[in-house]
Ligand binder design. Structure first.
Ligand code: SF4
Ligand code: SF4
Length: 649
């Protein structure tokens, strides 16, 4: 049947005037958000300046994560409900716009198949989908899971859900009365059912029609003043997020500190909202307070004082209140919380809004360490050791050559050696981790690889960077780069994912650009090329993903391939991108933990699989798991994959 637009409504065109008012209020609210974000230090990554290869990534991220909400589906039912609500409302919005175009310009939408299948059937289906989504979110607000509970309620969510529910319900009532009065419309299946129950009361129809229209306008006008603003903020934040996985801290430019002409004294790290970039402020504005980050955070889930969601909402509130210069914010978050972050990036992985929580936390940490000299005692000792001995392992009984004292390990020779085998500080100075280097030497010798080590062992500087001391990182990195460049190093094999991460992400801006290969990848390659052939003894081996290898650098498969060559690969419930940290990252290897120990939590998960051995590919993980498993068993359970391969050659 053919529908008459604005049937039974006099002066219906007036609704367009209300729409104009709603759009003006909406635009004013959006401008307010921009005014606040604009106060950030640097410009957002400007879209027009994006290099060629980043442009498609920008669009891809916008479409997949920002508009399609792909990360939301990690919680399937929430993702589904969100999809129902979002796409339902989009279709209803398109339908309403078409009606306005029909009234203004006579667009022929109320005839033929389009009327039957889109304007009647399609829009009723969209309304039902939106209703289902709204009921889901309403119930979840009434009975919230732990992650949604915050000390302070976020104003506006319930009001917006209520408004939308009223919009959908009044829309269906209007349709039902119209169908009752004008005759059945078999394609508008919801309206037809309602027509069976509703009276053909023209006055009621007019009342609900105007109510429906005004509620729609109220909803639109209210969007920027409520959490519903995430409709715009999340796609923007997603598209502008760094396309590189994990959190890239960047390298600090200290040259401005030497510039005597500069009147402005740069702040080291960030002490208040005013010190952050526009992108970080957009992060805080876009945060949904959904708590997915809190749920996966190893610190939060072991009773540490840190909650990434708590950090975000503290900053979001200050942003909304315009408290840009408030340096109390660090104390509001808490020094203990700031140092409890293991920089594992599980929060980033889980966040549907693509927020970089660890970057904010580390910026505060930099300020505490470099501006205020505030650092927990053990981390402070590690830092002092780094300063005095170029490694953070204070109190170690091992000397730099201890790990290879009875081995014949070649020294890197300029122009002759192909690979630099970078040992790194933990492997050099921690007795348990030294076995990784010994195993790797055995593997490389067996495969006939041309490799060599440096005369003098040093740290990459990664622990200094993660603990917030960018000065020290720069010094150590520059010393290493000078030596590498003098020696003509081009290819580096790393034993530690933290070294790998530093070499690939933080050394290039300082002039150190090398081909870097993590040992797990290198071993996998040697096996695939048939250069080594470790025996498979059928043992069950559970693999623990190191955060800096897996989540941060997306190397999930190579170490698993190696494990499959050795026996039967077993997975923990939390593995791959959703893996749980060992607790040793972000300088927390040198921390007095409160609450449950993270390494024990992870060790229990690994042991619960019943696997005979736990394999990993990071010396810090190995040390933490070796210690963590001691609570449950006296047997040595945790091994580096290099050790497992070497013993089967
Ligand atoms: S990086 Fe890891 S430890 Fe730090 S806040 Fe995120 S989830 Fe928690
Ligand atoms: S930071 Fe991300 S995951 Fe955490 S509460 Fe905000 S939106 Fe949710």
């Amino acid at each position: 049947m053919t529908r008459i637009p604005y049937w039974n409504i006099s002066y219906g065109i007036l609704i367009d005037a209300f729409a104009l008012v709603a759009v003006i209020v909406f635009a004013r609210g959006v401008y307010g958000h921009w005014q606040r974000i604009k106060k950030g230090k640097l410009r957002l990554r400007p879209v027009r300046d994006l290099p060629g290869q980043i442009g498609p990534i920008f669009v891809y991220a916008l479409v997949t994560k920002g508009i399609l909400g792909s990360k939301l589906y990690k919680k399937f039912f929430t993702g589904l409900a969100h999809g129902f609500l979002f796409w339902g409302m989009i279709l209803l919005g398109i339908g309403t716009t078409l009606v306005v175009l029909n009234v203004l310009f006579g667009l022929p939408i109320f005839a033929g198949g389009f009327n039957r299948w889109f304007m009647s059937f399609g829009l009723d289906l969209a309304g039902l989908a939106a209703l289902a989504g709204l009921i889901f979110f309403f119930l979840r607000r009434m009975f919230p899971p732990q992650r949604l509970i915050t000390p302070r309620e976020r104003a506006g969510f319930v009001a917006q859900i209520g408004l939308l529910l009223a919009v959908i319900v009044t829309g269906f009532i209007v349709e039902g009365i119209r169908i009752k009065a004008t005759g059945p419309d078999p394609y508008a299946f919801v309206g037809n059912i309602l027509a069976g129950w509703l009276p053909a009361n023209l006055a009621a129809h007019r009342l609900f029609w105007w109510g429906h229209g005004l509620l729609c306008m109220a909803f639109i006008a209210y969007i920027p003043y409520s959490p519903m603003m995430h409709i715009l903020l999340v796609p923007a934040n997603t598209a502008l997020a760094d396309p590189m996985p994990g959190s890239k801290m960047g390298v600090m430019d200290f040259s401005s500190f030497d510039n005597e002409e500069s009147e402005e004294i740069p702040t080291l790290g960030c002490a208040s909202l005013a010190d952050f970039t526009q992108k970080r402020l957009l992060d805080y504005d876009a945060c949904l307070w959904c708590g997915r980050c809190h749920e996966v955070c190893p610190a939060a889930s072991t009773q540490k004082p840190l909650s990434p969601k708590g950090v975000m909402l503290t900053l979001a509130e200050r942003l909304t209140n315009g408290e840009f210069e408030d340096t109390e914010v660090i104390d509001a978050i808490g020094e203990d919380a700031i140092f409890a972050c293991t920089t594992c990036t599980a929060c980033m992985e889980a966040c549907p809004a693509c927020i970089n929580q660890p970057k904010t936390i580390l910026k505060f940490r930099q300020n505490l360490v470099m501006e205020q000299s505030r650092i927990p005692e053990l981390m402070g000792k590690a830092m002092t050791s780094l300063e005095q001995r170029a490694h953070p392992f204070f109190g170690t009984g091992s000397g730099p050559k201890e790990w290879c004292k009875d081995l014949d390990v070649p020294i890197f020779a300029q122009g002759e050696t192909e690979y630099l085998l970078w040992i790194g500080c933990s492997v050099t100075y921690e007795e348990r981790a030294q076995k990784i280097a010994r195993a790797m030497v055995h593997i490389l010798d067996a495969a006939g690889v041309s490799y060599g080590i440096l005369e003098e062992s040093r740290c990459t500087g990664d622990p200094a960077k993660q603990m917030g001391n960018e000065f020290m990182f720069s010094e150590l990195a520059q010393t290493n780069i000078e030596e590498f460049n003098d020696l003509g190093v081009q290819k580096i094999i790393t034993l530690c994912p933290h070294c790998y991460n530093s070499f690939t992400r933080h050394y290039p801006p300082l002039g150190g650009d090398y081909t870097v290969i993590p040992h797990a990848v290198f071993i996998d390659r040697l096996i695939s090329q048939g250069k080594i052939a470790p025996r498979d003894n059928g043992q069950s081996i559970v693999y623990h993903d190191p955060c800096y290898l897996g989540r941060r650098n997306r190397i999930f498969e190579a170490p698993r391939q190696v494990v499959r060559r050795l026996g039967r690969l077993v997975e923990m419930p939390r593995h791959g991108a959703e893996s749980f940290c060992c607790g040793g990252g972000g300088g927390n290897y040198w921390a007095e933990e409160v609450g449950e120990r993270i390494n024990q939590n992870r060790s229990r998960e690994a042991l619960d699989t019943g696997a005979e051995r736990i394999a990993t590919a990071c010396p810090f993980c190995l040390l933490m798991l070796t210690d963590g498993t001691k609570k449950f068993t006296e047997e040595q359970k945790a091994f580096d994959i290099a050790e497992l391969v070497a013993e089967r050659l």
